[in-house]
Design a protein around this ligand. Structure first.
Ligand SMILES: *Cc1c(COP(=O)(O)O)cnc(C)c1O
Length: 475
């Protein structure tokens, strides 16, 4: 059944309440719109279709959930990873090394060795990393092994900052990539390529949310021109792919998808036509724009109160699932929907309310001074556009559990089908993550040895596996 995304979301929320996925015993739930994700990938692919070959990857940090990566992979999107954990998720999702790109500003030698052995593409962040890769390439060739990995250099065109400083990666002083406009830097990049025939890619990523499209396109233009310069100097088509990163901003103010992949791709095609003529393979690394609008968080309102004339609805979605919104509210506002306990949109007179979460600090708010139908205990609030970097990027404050994540789709009759993507975290898992198995690690000396000065075996070295010491058996 074809419903628009708002109708699908509403239908799913109602069904989730009916099935008890969210309610008094399960006060927070995350939902992902499976058809919405598929449609978004189709938009991406259509926007960048031909004549240049394209490898689309998904920035795993935006939704680090294996079934999501599998779904994207089934739609032809690989993975951009930035840690061994993210690489493991990509592998678990069946994404082949040839469709995986490894970008981290702090790759260890072991991580690089592993990536090169697997054939995962690597974008070197800086000259020191490149020197490590040199050594690893030499190590491999001494062992008679070629490298199947595409290796590139990440450059920072230093085009400037967007509206959120912390999200702007191509500023003059950004920590990422080789700062291209620094004295002599561009020449050194050219030389680095001429010295290394296996370097074949340039990479840039200008920022994540808040960066104007013109600035992103300007970065891509600078990188394209550098590729042309390197290839002219090399006398061959040495740089044969350009990774343009991700960073397409998301509209958090309404359900309208703007800017679209189509408008960004069109801007790139007019700004950098040579990049699209088929001589270069394009790599993309979108994250937020693929998932944000496909997810929502539903949370139960536990209490409503007023303090100093301020009305506050205290519920179960706070900084643990909406970390950036709680800590940097002006940069990360979220739309909030009000629903009754059956999951129907609330009607009735609106009043100005704050929506607070369960965390024990005063700033734990997901909305401030918002005009909403008067919320009451047992109602639900829905946080929209939270499919990327929200519930998938949990913050373990107050030992609050990660909520369950369900994907939803509608069958031909309009019935909602849920598929569990991630179980809700249970108390046993919280204990395990919180050192419960190391119980006694800090107190074992209390038993018997108290007052005896340094305990036996205390050689000044950290003890390995503190859990081997039994917990104190009495005091
Ligand atoms: C975070 C990141 C992305 C994705 O950014 P979005 O804003 O989510 O599209 C892509 N590439 C790199 C290198 C990143 O760090």
């Amino acid at each position: 059944m074809v419903l628009d995304s708002v109708a699908r979301r509403q239908t799913a929320l109602r069904a989730a309440v009916r099935q008890g996925l969210v309610g008094p015993d399960s006060p927070v739930l995350a939902l992902l719109d499976v058809e919405g994700i598929r449609a978004t990938v189709r938009d991406l692919r259509a926007a960048f279709a031909g004549p240049a070959p394209v490898l689309h990857t998904f920035a795993v940090k935006a939704s680090s959930l294996v079934p999501v990566l599998e779904l994207l992979h089934s739609e032809g999107v690989g993975c951009e990873v930035a840690s061994p954990g993210e690489l493991a998720l990509a592998r678990a999702a069946g994404v082949p090394a040839s469709r995986t790109v490894f970008d981290s500003p702090a790759k260890t030698v072991a991580e690089l060795r592993d990536a090169l052995a697997e054939g995962v593409a690597v974008n070197a962040d800086n000259p020191q990393e490149l020197a490590r890769i040199d050594a690893l390439v030499a190590e491999r060739s001494a062992a008679g092994l070629a490298t199947a990995s595409t290796v590139g250099i990440r450059v920072n065109p230093q085009v400037g900052t967007g509206s959120i400083g912390a999200m702007s990666t191509a500023t003059a002083t950004s920590k990422f990539g080789v700062a291209l406009r620094d004295e002599g830097a561009e020449d050194r990049v050219v030389t680095a390529f001429l010295d290394r025939p296996w370097l074949t890619r340039l990479h840039t990523h200008t920022g994540s949310q808040g960066v104007p499209l013109q600035l992103m396109a300007e970065s891509v233009r600078i990188v394209y021109e550098l590729a042309e310069r390197i290839n002219a100097a090399a006398g061959r088509h040495q740089v044969d792919s350009v990774d343009i990163g991700g960073g397409l901003p998301v509209n958090f103010e309404s359900d309208e998808v703007t800017p679209s992949f189509a408008s960004y791709a069109q801007l790139l095609r007019t700004t950098v036509p040579g990049l699209f003529d088929g001589r270069y393979t394009l790599v993309t690394e979108f994250g937020r724009s693929l998932l944000a609008k496909q997810g929502l968080i539903a949370a139960v309102v536990e209490y409503t109160k007023s303090a100093g004339g301020r009305r506050i609805a205290v519920g179960h979605a706070g900084a643990q699932v909406a970390t950036r919104t709680a800590f940097v509210p002006d940069a990360w506002p979220l739309r909030v929907g009000a629903f009754d306990q059956r999951g129907e949109p609330k009607r009735g007179p609106e009043s100005v309310q704050d929506v607070a979460g369960p965390c024990c600090f005063a700033g734990d708010l997901v909305a401030r001074g918002r005009s909403l139908p008067e919320l009451a205990p047992g109602d639900l609030v829905a946080l929209y556009d939270t499919g990327a970097y929200y519930f998938s990027t949990h913050f373990q404050y107050n030992s609050l559990p990660r909520p369950a994540v369900h994907g939803f789709s509608l069958d031909e009759r309009g019935e909602v089908e849920f598929a569990l993507v991630r179980r809700a975290q249970g108390i046993a898992e919280i204990l395990a993550e919180s050192g419960a198995a190391q119980s006694g690690a800090l107190t074992w000396r209390n038993s018997g040895q108290a007052g005896s000065g340094r305990g036996a075996g205390d050689d000044g070295k950290a003890r390995e596996g503190a859990s081997v010491h039994p917990a104190p058996t009495g005091r």
